[in-house]
Design a protein around this ligand. Structure first.
Ligand code: SF4
Length: 308
């Protein structure tokens, strides 16, 4: 039986140095955060989240945010710790990295994600004025040189049409992309967007991508308002599901719905969004006592939330 699973993006901070992508919640927050270092999450809370991902069978989609909230050395240290607790090499989605940074992070990562967001160049330049695609492409060329994998994110509903699909096809071919994450646009208050795409249209992008690229890893985000579409996204070619507040809504009707949708698509759902397994904390012994205590305290908070 074919399987599917849930992937969770782990945020390292709540600050973004760009902060001007028209669709993004962060763009509505930037002016409220004067000191990016204060928007950082604690190391213990990040590590507790990575530990839960491992124990509950959630794949870490990528580590996100954090760019310009940490120094390179701080990031290196943090990524090393997350790799140690998670036990697998990670994906990074923290902006465009240069060769020196990529070489530094390489022991802990399998690849990097380019946040392309919109493949139509005119719309892209309007909605993501500070994230030129050319810079992402340069980073991908460095990945080829260094033997790192490449992934990309695309948001459907920003104004592109299905006639732009050939541009996506060309981009994936050109850069030999290993993994793509599709998101449906979720309009945020304070942004100019008012509605997300219809399921049929969203699905067409996933179906077409799967048809062109049978081996590409495809992850699809949905949202609480559209969980009925998940079996269609899986049937259409998605390998995994993302964009679900899996700690906050653990074992909720929404979490149950996702597992049911996987079943409806004839997939075995690996990992769990509904049943809390007995968790052995021994793996935390690799950290020094103060950090171990802090991670355990955070874990206890998360787990008590998940039991409600
Ligand atoms: S999409 Fe990414 S780069 Fe753009 S504002 Fe949001 S967090 Fe920053």
């Amino acid at each position: 039986m074919k399987t599917t699973h849930f992937e969770r993006a782990i945020f390292l901070s709540w600050y973004c140095a760009k902060g001007d992508c028209k669709f993004c919640y962060m763009s509505t927050q930037k002016s409220l955060i004067r000191d990016p270092r204060k928007a950082r999450r604690s190391t213990a809370s990040i590590l507790a989240e990575a530990f839960l991902c491992k124990k509950l069978g959630w794949k870490i989609e990528f580590l996100s945010g954090g760019y310009e909230s940490y120094t390179t050395e701080e990031l290196l240290n943090l990524i090393g710790k997350i790799r140690a607790i998670y036990g697998e090499k990670l994906w990074l989605n923290i902006g465009v990295l240069n060769e020196k940074e990529l070489r530094l992070f390489k022991p802990y990562i399998q690849g990097v994600c380019g946040a392309v967001e919109c493949i139509n160049p005119k719309i892209h330049d309007k909605v993501c004025p500070s994230k030129p695609i050319k810079e992402i492409e340069s980073m991908f060329r460095l990945c080829d040189k260094l033997g790192l994998k490449k992934s990309m994110t695309i948001i459907i509903g920003l104004g592109e049409t299905i006639n732009d699909f050939p541009l996506l096809k060309k981009f994936i071919r050109k850069h030999k992309i290993n993994k793509i994450t599709f998101y449906r646009l979720k309009p945020h208050k304070g942004t100019p967007f008012r509605k997300g795409p219809k399921t049929d249209y969203y699905l067409r992008w996933i179906r077409k991508t799967r048809k062109e690229f049978p081996k590409l890893e495809i992850v699809a985000g949905s949202w609480l308002t559209h969980l009925d579409e998940i079996h269609l996204l899986l049937d259409g070619g998605a390998d995994a599901i993302t964009k679900f507040p899996s700690i906050k809504l653990f074992n909720s009707k929404y979490a149950k719905k996702i597992e049911q949708e996987a079943k409806k698509a004839g997939r075995k759902f690996t990992g769990t969004l509904t049943k809390l397994p007995k968790i052995n904390y021994n793996d935390l012994n690799k950290f020094d006592e103060p950090l171990k205590e802090q991670i355990t305290a955070k874990l206890n908070i998360y787990i008590s939330r998940m039991k409600i």
